[in-house]
Design a protein around this ligand. Structure first.
Ligand code: 0X9
Ligand code: ZN
Length: 421
């Protein structure tokens, strides 16, 4: 490692992906995942008191209006317990030792073998292999598409599905775009996306076949491939891209990097911020820049859907304002139908639809807002999938996969009823 470090220092002007503490496995031994409840002033106190530690230890945390979730290292537990007692906060330990969950998840990892199983999480090269395999299995109406590229030189690979359908036409269908995995650690998002692709390609349900035939699909399961790989192999809670800032810190939050109201709400200017660094400028990240260029070339974009986790929540634009877009009521009606279709599968209810500013928090620089603003795309949604942490059990991927399939059917059905296509 010392030798690598020496080489990196010598060649620091060029991209050097191996440095001392970057590509080292983070095991999170004895880290606990806490959910803490309280009112707004208690949450403010918590955030103020823990600010330096959260930053210094690069910790995963969310502090909302009435609750907080924090991944707590062993040496911070006493301090946190003192705050909890002093401020009379409610606390629940979701995972006492998160490294056990990471280890279990690791044991359930699989490599690609004639397909994906949807009972395990796969690394990005296996997801790409699946997409390539599908395009050679269905060469007449699917093709792999390249939506852009990543800092470490990976492709943002997707699958286009455009069948001749019953009417025997492939031209000028409305485009249904799916963006998934922009946040590296939200593993359930790429998993349900490939599950959905599989449903479109192999289901015998006439409703799913009709859904498939109505659109020109552009589906990208992992739009942050470097981040996903890094999360898969080294640091389970990595969220950002992997670009290197001049001070040596890594990555920007790709859902804060799009060129619409960039850098305003729920973002950080600090390249070392573990979660929310907005990048050095709008579209500083090659992933968002190239994907935006790809999107801009699409005519007839009707649906833009992004998958994240976790909150069981459906969001509509804009994310940094409580003002409503002109077809807000329609977005809500179409979104509601989608959620009804989804909850019919397993009885699971989502919150929303609503704007992020009203239901979650204001956030600027997200893809959804840019697509809506720049392209005036009529039907734009962000799904925060289910879960109480980033660890959705791999054996239960099909549960959310089936819900998402129905939610997409619900979107299309109601949009059609309302004359959107
Ligand atoms: O903060 C985010 O980017 C999303 N939540 S997450 O917990 N998955 O990180 C919310 C996205 C909604 N806002 C935008 N699309 N801008
Ligand atoms: Zn996310």
């Amino acid at each position: 490692m010392a030798f690598l470090l020496f080489i990196c220092i010598i060649f620091s002007a060029i991209h050097c992906s191996l440095s001392a503490d970057d590509y080292v496995y983070k095991d999170y031994a004895n880290y606990s995942f806490y959910r803490i409840e309280g009112d707004q002033s208690q949450m403010k106190y918590l955030s103020k008191t823990l600010k330096d530690q959260l930053h210094e230890h690069q910790l995963l945390h969310f502090i909302h209006k009435n609750h907080a979730e924090i991944l707590v290292p062993p040496n911070l537990k006493t301090l946190l317990h003192l705050i909890i007692i002093r401020k009379n906060l409610k606390m629940k330990i979701i995972y006492n030792d998160i490294s056990e969950i990471i280890r279990e998840e690791k044991q359930a990892k699989l490599r690609y073998r004639n397909g994906l199983s949807w009972t395990a999480y796969y690394d990005v090269d296996d997801i790409h292999r699946y997409l390539k395999n599908m395009s050679s299995t269905y060469p007449q109406w699917t093709e792999t598409i390249v939506g852009g590229k990543s800092y470490e030189g990976r492709q943002i690979l997707g699958l286009r599905i455009n069948t001749p359908g019953q009417d025997n036409y492939t031209e000028n269908k409305p485009v249904f775009f799916i963006e998934s995995g922009i946040h590296a650690r939200e593993w359930i998002a790429p998993a349900v996306t490939t599950y959905f692709i599989n449903q479109l390609l192999t289901s015998s349900d006439p409703k799913i076949l009709a859904l498939r035939d109505q659109f020109d699909w552009r589906i990208f399961p992992t739009v942050n491939p470097d981040g996903y790989h890094y999360s898969y192999v080294y640091d389970r809670y990595w969220r950002k891209t992997r670009s290197r800032s001049s001070n040596g810190c890594r990555g920007a939050d790709p859902n804060r990097n799009w060129d619409y109201n960039w850098g305003q709400h729920s973002t950080s200017k600090d390249p070392c911020d573990y979660q929310l660094y907005a990048g050095s400028a709008p579209f500083s990240e090659v992933e968002t820049r190239t994907l935006a260029a790809y999107i801009s070339k699409i005519d007839n974009l009707l649906f833009y859907v992004a998958f994240h986790s976790y909150a069981s929540l459906l969001l509509v634009p804009y994310s940094d304002s409580t003002e409503h877009v002109d077809n807000y009521e329609d977005l809500v009606q179409v979104g509601k139908t989608s959620l009804e279709y989804g909850s019919a599968v397993n009885g699971n209810k989502y919150d929303g639809p609503g704007t992020a500013a009203e239901t979650l928090y204001r956030a600027s620089g997200g893809s959804m807002d840019w697509v809506r603003f720049k392209h005036k795309t009529r039907l734009v949604y962000t799904y925060e999938l289910r879960g109480s942490s980033f660890h959705w059990p791999p054996s239960r991927i099909p549960e959310q996969g089936d819900e998402v399939t129905q939610m997409m059917l619900g979107l299309a059905t109601e949009a059609r009823n309302m004359g959107y296509y």
